[in-house]
Design a protein around this ligand. Structure first.
Ligand code: SF4
Ligand code: SF4
Length: 126
């Protein structure tokens, strides 16, 4: 029996084992914002060994007063700028933003289980 992750308030669980055979569905597909915090910006720029200004120009889009990771055209849709297309996984996994860490347990999906089910093969209805 796989170890499932559950979270209060959600009527589904998540099987992290599914990530091994998934093609990175949560990092590709439709366009969307991937919000980064100031700490994320500093940490990722430091990891890439480039200064903050260069990092912002090359990897971020400013939306209002916040920043989102850029996207690239990919397979008829989009991919996050940090999605490794060879390995089909996140290239900054240990530094990925909170939004990525908390997927698939987003409030938005609480009443939209079919939406998250269609995207993520690790979803198990409870
Ligand atoms: S969509 Fe789900 S199974 Fe696929 S990589 Fe993302 S979290 Fe893992
Ligand atoms: S930062 Fe990593 S986990 Fe988050 S969307 Fe980009 S590639 Fe996926």
């Amino acid at each position: 029996m796989e170890k499932l992750i559950k979270q209060n308030g959600f009527n589904y669980a998540f099987n992290p084992k599914a990530c091994e055979s998934c093609k990175g569905n949560c990092c590709i597909g439709e366009s969307g914002y991937i919000w980064v915090s100031t700490q994320n910006i500093m940490d990722i720029a430091n990891h890439l060994k480039i200064d903050i200004d260069k990092f912002i120009t090359e990897y971020l889009t400013k939306i209002g007063y916040r920043y989102s990771l850029k996207e690239k055209i990919f397979e008829g849709g989009f991919r996050c700028v940090f999605f490794d297309i060879e390995k089909r996984q996140c290239s900054i996994y240990d530094l990925r933003p909170l939004q990525c860490r908390t997927f698939p347990f987003w409030d938005h999906f609480k009443n939209n289980i079919s939406e998250v089910e269609a995207e993520c093969p690790g979803i198990c209805k409870l």
